[in-house]
Design a protein around this ligand. Structure first.
Ligand SMILES: *Cc1c(COP(=O)(O)O)cnc(C)c1O
Length: 463
């Protein structure tokens, strides 16, 4: 994530010891197209519109806080990924970023596959008609019931994450007289973060089987002997919000090395490799994500080169973008409630949501941008911290940003790039009602996940 000090600094820049806030755009009224979904613009009155509908109307009809998802942008991103990788590769959308029945239908229509990592995600995928063979099932501790359901549904692949699971899946498949297609998830000893990657000690995590020490080779050995399994390949996922292809380079090289070892030991060329997801998006103007076609070309060049060097046939590649598809397609709309200027520090702007609809800032210091969207303003920029209404001082949505100094209660502000890991990680903290997701397209808006109600909360409370 981008971290930069504002060179000129606002009046009290010296108190910002953490030093990571984004410089104000030359004009706060300009919406940087990098961080907003494709159909967002300002109308003649200066209000933000998405899919041709103004935010005032959206707020009136659907309330705030709410997530507005630009459906044509979502579909365009799906197509861009599918086209970039072409028919010789597979794109799996990582459902954990955001999943609903409407999303499953869009994915199905746009030709993508789907990753799920729980019984609930699998149920949503199947209910909305995703063909089971286009579903991959992930997770480091799938329950027996989840594995049974996945095998019975006929999912296209289960990604095996541990030695116990190799045996569990094999047993469940064998009992049902099927051979389950599986991949083995390996940890390659690389963990990629934002702009750099670190190549030490990243076997020290809960996911996957280490390549180091021959663990992964042993997992392959076991999987190949079990009748219930058809081992189709090796899986590696190295991190999230990655901009630099160097981590994928190392990861692909190590996975291909394993394929070569497997060929030498067993005389089998595994036909597929999955390089995972984690591709970065622009949360602020300083992030520069790559286009899908550049990513596709880079990955396919790396794999082709490594396979030639190892004298292997090039395997079929799959990738699993979640954030890179849905992240940029939605924004969260909030109403400003209270404003507290702290002389010499910053201004706290409280909105009607918070950590219950966006936990990422509190959870891992994620950076976001924010804009006044119900109108434009010629007022000076003021340094703000956008906070929620929860009983936690860490309830921060946007840590450091600039909004016009004439901001007032009742104004609508929006945080872009909240399509991924916001609604899907939303909570009921303080008995907050989780916001709706509204799909907007071509002048029409419809709720795809409705707002929770107090009745929903009370229905679960059976005491
Ligand atoms: C989370 C995850 C993804 C998606 O990550 P993004 O950052 O959303 O692209 C893909 N594959 C696996 C195995 C994951 O755990």
């Amino acid at each position: 994530m981008s971290r930069s000090a504002h060179p000129a600094g606002p009046r009290h820049a010296d108190v910002l010891t953490e030093g990571h806030y984004t410089a104000p755009a030359a004009d706060l009224n300009v919406l940087d197209e990098k961080v907003w979904s494709r159909t967002v613009s300002r109308d003649a009155d200066g209000a933000l519109t998405v899919g041709g509908i103004g935010v005032a109307r959206l707020a009136e009809e659907f309330g705030t806080p709410a997530y507005f998802l630009d459906e044509s942008d979502f579909r365009a991103r799906c197509r861009a990924w599918a086209d970039a990788f072409g028919p010789g590769a597979d794109v799996f959308y990582a459902g954990k970023a955001f999943l609903s029945r409407a999303v499953v239908r869009w994915l199905k229509e746009e030709g993508l596959n789907l990753d799920v990592c729980s019984g609930g995600e699998l149920a949503t995928a199947l209910d909305a008609g995703m063909p089971a063979e286009r579903i991959a099932f992930h997770g480091n501790n799938k329950t027996v019931a989840e594995i049974e359901r996945a095998v019975e549904a006929g999912v296209g692949r289960i990604v095996l994450d541990s030695f116990q699971e190799i045996v569990r899946v094999a047993h469940i498949a064998q009992q049902r007289g099927v051979r389950q297609r599986v991949q083995i998830r390996v940890t390659v000893g690389v963990e990629a973060h934002t702009h750099e990657f670190i190549a030490t000690a990243h076997e020290d995590q809960k996911f996957g089987i280490a390549l180091a020490g021959g663990q992964a080779a042993e997992a392959v050995r076991r999987a190949l002997t079990l009748d219930g399994l058809e081992l189709i390949g090796i899986h590696s996922h190295i991190g999230s919000q990655i901009f630099d292809m160097a981590g994928f380079e190392v990861s692909a090289r190590r996975v291909v090395q394993l394929l070569a070892e497997v060929r030498d030991e067993h005389g089998v060329e595994l036909p597929e490799i999955d390089l995972g997801g984690g591709l970065g998006i622009a949360y602020t103007s300083e992030d520069d994500p790559r286009e899908p076609h550049e990513i596709a070309k880079a990955l396919s060049d790396i794999v082709t080169r490594e396979c030639e060097a190892a004298n292997l046939n090039t395997p079929r590649i799959s990738v699993e973008p979640g954030r890179a598809i849905v992240g940029p397609t939605a924004f969260t709309l909030y109403e400003v409630g209270t404003i507290k200027p702290l002389e010499g520090l910053r201004t706290y702007v409280s909105v009607d949501g918070g950590m219950s609809d966006n936990i990422r800032t509190a959870l891992y210091d994620a950076e976001y941008s924010v804009a006044l969207v119900s109108r434009t303003s010629d007022a000076e920029p003021m340094l703000v911290r956008v906070v929620g209404k929860h009983c936690e001082s860490g309830d921060i949505v946007v840590k450091d940003a600039f909004l016009p100094a004439d901001l007032a209660p009742g104004d609508l502000i929006a945080v872009p790039a909240t399509g991924a890991y916001c609604r899907s990680m939303a909570s009921n903290y303080n008995h907050a009602l989780r916001p709706p997701v509204v799909a907007v397209r071509d002048g029409g808006a419809r709720v795809i996940v409705r707002r929770e109600t107090e009745e929903d909360l009370l229905r679960l409370d059976v005491g």
